[in-house]
Design a protein around this ligand. Structure first.
Ligand code: PHE
Length: 358
């Protein structure tokens, strides 16, 4: 191997060792720079004869070209490496799900409440809202459930600060306090309009438009299993007039349920029961029309004719005014409608469950 072949091989090996463009340019200078090996060899030509110059010069040029070719190849290789590294760093996983703007939706129980309001609205019912922190008077006493009444034990709840000893505040256990709150407002308004002259505090027995209202909202009890949650929803219904009977309750509630479930053959069961604020009273059961629980009965509401003592607490004369009330569970209606067998799923906040109702 002559000295020129050696110098080309040495250059190639040196270029190979360069891992960055800067290193490569440094190596290049050792061979092709002003005092590089090739340049030095060219200077050596001066001492040679014309003949020798010719052949030696051509051979050096060949070597120079070899070195330049190796340099170009290495430059290209380094550029390729850099591109590869960059591509790898910026790699896209095209199998990842895209970043979308998610579509929201209403909670299944909200969907049910909207449906309830629409159906009762079409029957001429107003919608009223009331406080979740309620006083003992509206939640119990005004509803014919005085202190120490055994029916209070089924409504164990959370007592909160702010009330007095005689009338403590509590988280309402049902929406029935809205019967009193709404009726009292209604009576007050129409009593003024009727220019009623009876003594203040006396029961109103004049003429007034009927009370027809529903009151949906959150309620609380110390209860937790597949069909009970400590926070749940109720929707109260109240219709008070001069001739509103249990027959009307059966008609209105059955009609509501058949519309709600879009099933004209839906079967309801009015099961005799007891509530201090209604007499007679009934619990209303519905059969799961389909799904895994098909055929099973589920209680969806308490109901009855409003007790005369409650009519009195509304400020009305029970000799003139009668009516019915019901309190239903929208959470349970939602279970029935969608065939869900555990009510707690609605409040776990699991998006995989909830997004199915969008
Ligand atoms: N408030 C009762 C309950 O929560 C239900 C009910 C409402 C019963 C209205 C009769 C009339 O159990």
């Amino acid at each position: 191997m002559n000295d020129l072949t050696t110098v080309v091989e040495t250059a190639r090996a040196a270029f190979e060792l360069a891992h960055t463009p800067a290193e490569l340019e440094n190596s290049k200078a050792l061979f092709l720079g002003k005092s590089g090996r090739i340049t030095e060899m060219m200077k050596g030509l001066a001492a040679l004869s014309v003949e020798e110059k010719k052949s030696r010069g051509a051979a050096i040029n060949l070597a120079k070209q070899g070195i330049e070719a190796a340099l170009t190849a290495r430059r290209q290789a380094l550029a390729d490496n850099e591109l590869q590294a960059q591509l790898q760093a910026e790699a896209l996983d095209v199998t990842l799900p895209g970043r979308q703007r998610g579509t929201g939706g209403l909670h299944p129980v909200s969907l049910t409440l909207e449906r309830i309001e629409a159906i009762f609205g079409s029957m001429g019912f107003e919608v009223a809202q009331g406080p979740e922190i309620e006083s003992d008077w509206f939640n119990f006493t005004a509803l014919n459930t005085p202190e120490d009444h055994p029916a209070r034990s089924m409504h164990d709840t959370f007592y909160v600060e702010g009330g007095s000893e005689q009338a403590p505040n509590l988280l309402r256990t049902h929406t029935s306090p809205m019967q009193i709150r709404h009726a009292v407002q209604h009576v007050k308004k129409h009593r003024a309009a009727a220019a009623d002259s009876t003594a203040e505090g006396a029961l109103f027995s004049g003429a007034m438009p009927e009370i027809r209202v529903i009151a949906p909202g959150r309620t609380y009890r110390v209860d937790s299993d597949a069909t009970h949650s400590p926070m749940f929803h109720q929707c109260e219904g109240l219709w008070v007039g001069e001739n509103v009977s249990f027959k009307d309750l059966k008609f209105v509630f059955t009609d509501f349920c058949r519309t709600f479930f879009e099933n004209p053959d839906l079967v309801l069961r009015f099961r005799p029961s007891f509530f201090p604020f209604t007499e007679p009273s009934a619990e209303i059961d519905i059969q799961f029309p389909s799904g895994p629980l098909a055929g099973r009965w589920l209680e969806v509401a308490g109901s009855g004719q409003v007790h005369p003592n409650v009519i009195r607490n509304m400020g009305l004369d029970p000799e003139r005014y009668i009516g019915f009330a019901f309190g239903m569970g929208p959470d349970r209606l939602t279970m029935l409608r969608y065939g869900v067998n555990d009510l707690r799923l609605f409040f776990d906040g699991d998006i995989r469950f909830l997004s199915q109702f969008r």
